[in-house]
Design a protein around this ligand. Structure first.
Ligand SMILES: *Cc1c(COP(=O)(O)O)cnc(C)c1O
Length: 242
C-alpha cells in the first residue's frame, strides 16, 4: 500500500498540473494561482503527511482545532491560512497563528482582529456571498445594484492599521457542474474590480475562489488562491464540536 504521504503527493502534483494548464488556457503566468490544501477536520497525521508531500499552504476552518495542530506540529516550511468563519470571541487566535485570513466577513470581526493584531499585523481577504444563499457567511453581494452600500464599511476597514486588505474570497453554491459555478466566480471578480475603481490605492490583487469541485473554472476566471481539500487529502472525518 502506498504511504499516506505519497498518495497525497500524487494528488497534490496532479492538482498543480491542472492549475498550470488552466493558467495557460487563460493566458496567465504559471504560478499566479496558488494552491491552498484544506485540512479542516483532518487529524494531525494527515497534515504531517501533506507537509511531507511538499504542500506549501495549509487551509484550516476551525480556529481552536487549527491552533492545536499548529502548536503540535511546530515550525514548518509552509503557511497556515484561516479560511473558515471566525466568531468574534475567537479572534484572538488568528493574528499570531495565520499568514492570511480569507474569511473576514464583518466589520465587527475586523475591529476585534485589529485589537489582537498589535504584534502580528494580519493580511485579510473580505468574504462575499455572491450566490445569495442564506446559510453562507460573507457580506451579501448577490444584488449587484447594491454594491455601493459596501463602500463606507470598506473605507473603515482600509483605515484599520494592523489589518491589510489584499483581496476577496467567496464560497459559492455547490453544483454538480462547475460551469454553473463559473458565473459566481466572474461576479466576485467584477466586485473586486468595483472596489478597485473606488479605492485604487488599496491592494485588491487576491481572489480566493474554487474548491475540489471547481478549481479549474476558478483559475480560468482569475483565482489567485484555490482551496482544495478532499481531492488531495481525501474525505473528511465528521467534524468535531467546538
Ligand atoms: C472545506 C472548504 C474547502 C475545500 O472543500 P473541498 O470540497 O474539500 O475541496 C474550501 N473552502 C472552504 C471555505 C471550505 O470550508
Amino acid at each position: 500500500m502506498p504511504s499516506l504521504s505519497s498518495s497525497i503527493r500524487e494528488r497534490y502534483l496532479h492538482t498543480l498540473e491542472r492549475i498550470t494548464a488552466a493558467e495557460t488556457r487563460a493566458g496567465r503566468a504559471a504560478g499566479s494561482a496558488r494552491l491552498v490544501v484544506v485540512t479542516k477536520s483532518q487529524p494531525r497525521e494527515v497534515v504531517e503527511a501533506a507537509l511531507e508531500a511538499g504542500v506549501k499552504i495549509l487551509g484550516e476552518n476551525y480556529p481552536e482545532e487549527a491552533v492545536e495542530k499548529i502548536k503540535a506540529i511546530g515550525k514548518v516550511d509552509a503557511e497556515w491560512h484561516m479560511i473558515g468563519h471566525v466568531q468574534s470571541r475567537k479572534a484572538d487566535l488568528i493574528p499570531a497563528n495565520f499568514a492570511l485570513m480569507h474569511s473576514l466577513d464583518s466589520l465587527k470581526l475586523a475591529h476585534r482582529l485589529e485589537r489582537f493584531a498589535a504584534e502580528n499585523p494580519l493580511p485579510v481577504l473580505l468574504e462575499f456571498n455572491v450566490g445569495g444563499e442564506e446559510t453562507k457567511s460573507g457580506w451579501q453581494a448577490a444584488d449587484e445594484s447594491r454594491w455601493n452600500e459596501f463602500l463606507p464599511e470598506i473605507d473603515m476597514m482600509l483605515k484599520l492599521r494592523r489589518l491589510t486588505i489584499r483581496g476577496l474570497m467567496t464560497m459559492p453554491p455547490l453544483f454538480d457542474d462547475p460551469e454553473q459555478t463559473r458565473p459566481h466566480f466572474q461576479k466576485l471578480r467584477r466586485l473586486r474590480d468595483f472596489f478597485k475603481q473606488n479605492f485604487p490605492a488599496a491592494d485588491w490583487s487576491e481572489l480566493s475562489m474554487g474548491t475540489s469541485a471547481d478549481f479549474v473554472a476558478a483559475v480560468e476566471e482569475g483565482a489567485t488562491l484555490v482551496r482544495v481539500g478532499t481531492a488531495i487529502v481525501g474525505p473528511r472525518p465528521p467534524k468535531r464540536q467546538e
